[in-house]
Design a protein around this ligand. Structure first.
Ligand code: SAM
Length: 274
């Protein structure tokens, strides 16, 4: 049943504050599942099952599906789908409080989700910075965010760096607002991210890496030497040391750096403190 009819039956009004735009187009729902290339061996984590249209399609092909929904009003709506799919468990909690290490221990898992757009970045960080990352993620998000995520040097941002360190993102499909109810104001995209076994740059200390990246992007459109000295609290001598050691032109801007260059810059900054 389509989400509008179903929710009216249960007297539930969608909450904008929870990013509740439900995907009702059957072809697009099938396409998302095929982009995920799920097999009967896959353990899948879904964020925000909503009325369950994507959930039931995933449950049909995966070995086991755990769906995390923050809105308990949806429990009676999802009950039938749970009854029909013994491999499905729904937990009613905020995804940001889920401990994926504990849920999956050492078992590989895949994430498939039509994300609540208001916390796209927080969810990505929660999953990518956990000790046990998924092997791939197939995520529906705002087109504008998807495009920033796949950006190349010259157009990089904190988002593209922090995703591309962990995996290779690609836009796999584009979605018109008309395939959702209620209709969102923006275009959407399905992004598939294949996660590397090891992050692409050899950085032993992520915290320092992201501190340097955040400092670099901290002052939009500024030269790196100014951004890093104010963001990391470095005097002129230390700033010069970091750029001399890394052999990166201090007049460049953060959006032009490659991942390897961020790693080299981090290395130089770490030497400074050792
Ligand atoms: N999967 C459904 C679909 O494809 O139509 C619903 C997608 S809707 C864009 C996002 C869903 O995420 C909603 O069901 C919403 O209640 C849920 N949600 C919002 N914030 C959440 C959070 N912090 N943790 C878990 N689920 C959340």
């Amino acid at each position: 049943m389509n989400p509008k009819t179903l929710l009216e039956e249960y007297d539930i009004v969608p909450r904008k504050s929870l990013g509740q735009n439900f995907l009702h187009d059957p072809n697009m729902l099938d396409k998302i599942v095929s982009i995920a290339e799920l097999t009967p061996n896959d353990l899948v984590l879904e964020v925000g099952p909503g009325t369950g249209l994507l959930t039931e399609r995933i449950a049909k092909v995966a070995k086991q599906l755990t769906s995390i929904e923050v809105d308990e009003r949806l429990q009676p709506v999802l009950e039938d789908i749970v009854a029909q799919n013994p491999n499905l468990t729904i937990r009613y909690q905020d995804i940001l409080t889920l401990d994926v290490n504990k849920l999956y221990e050492n078992q590989p898992y895949v994430v498939v989700a039509n994300l609540p757009y208001y916390i796209t970045s927080a969810i990505m960080r929660h999953l990518l910075e956990s000790d046990h990352r998924p092997t791939r993620m197939v995520l529906t998000m705002q087109m504008e965010v998807a495009e920033r995520m796949i950006a190349k040097p010259d157009d990089m941002s904190i988002l593209s760096v922090s995703v591309q360190v962990f995996g290779r993102p690609q836009i796999a499909a584009r979605l018109n607002p008309s395939v959702f109810w209620p209709r969102p104001e923006v275009e959407s995209a399905v992004v598939r991210i294949d996660i590397y076994d090891k992050p692409i740059v050899d950085i032993s200390d992520y915290k320092t890496f992201f501190r340097v990246v955040r400092a670099g992007f901290g002052q939009k459109r500024k030269q790196l030497k100014n951004a890093l000295s104010s963001g990391l609290g470095l005097d002129a001598e230390k700033t010069a040391f970091v750029f001399d050691t890394s052999k990166i032109d201090s007049r460049r801007r953060a959006e032009t750096l490659t991942l390897d260059e961020w790693a080299v810059l981090t290395q130089a900054y770490t030497t400074l403190n050792s």
